[in-house]
Design a protein around this ligand. Sequence first.
Ligand code: ADP
Length: 201
Amino acid sequence: MRKIIGITGGIASGKSTVTEFLRQKGFQVVDADALVHQLQKNGGRLYQILVEHFGEKVLLENDELNRPLLASLIFSNSEEREWSKQTQGQIIREELWDLRGKLAQTEDLFFMDIPLLFEQDYASWFDETWLVYVSRDTQLDRLVKRDCLTIEAAKARLSSQWPLEEKKKLATFVIDNNGSREQLLSQVVKLLEGGAIHARA
Ligand code: ADP
């Protein structure tokens, strides 16, 4: 029987670390962030919409979008966040649905990594959802280090996502990433082998 698994978490909770491992194991993983990146490139479906909305100030000299500037414009303003959620959200959904349909024709088991899986109501697309979970302190710490952000900027990014504690109540399985990478990946191996690490334990 075919199985489609949604992977989610929060920013810097360890989703990419998990999906990189799954790819090494030979599984197909759709990466929603990478898709958005592609759609925001010059000529992509989101590019023109963003330039029209924010003006040419969001363009770099090479005519590509200045993504850090765009992120700060969107994350620092709740109206822009709402606009982005509606406008970009719909196009991203259509594109992800298309990819899901294509992979369903060839793969028995595949994954989709969607950071806002619960916030944007994707759960019904999946047979199981796996949440990569960390405490808020660990999340902030890893985010600040990975993206070289101030603690305030990191908190602003977190504020646009639901707390991981909330997502824990909704996920089929919770993968705890407060420990080492080895501890993280051994939980993934157990899930792949069918071992149960239950979400609401
Ligand atoms: P996400 O894809 O959810 O944004 P990443 O997989 O990029 O998160 O992880 C965020 C950061 O934390 C990265 O720099 C990654 O290397 C690091 N990281 C992930 N898991 C661990 C871990 N168990 N121990 C230490 N650092 C980790």
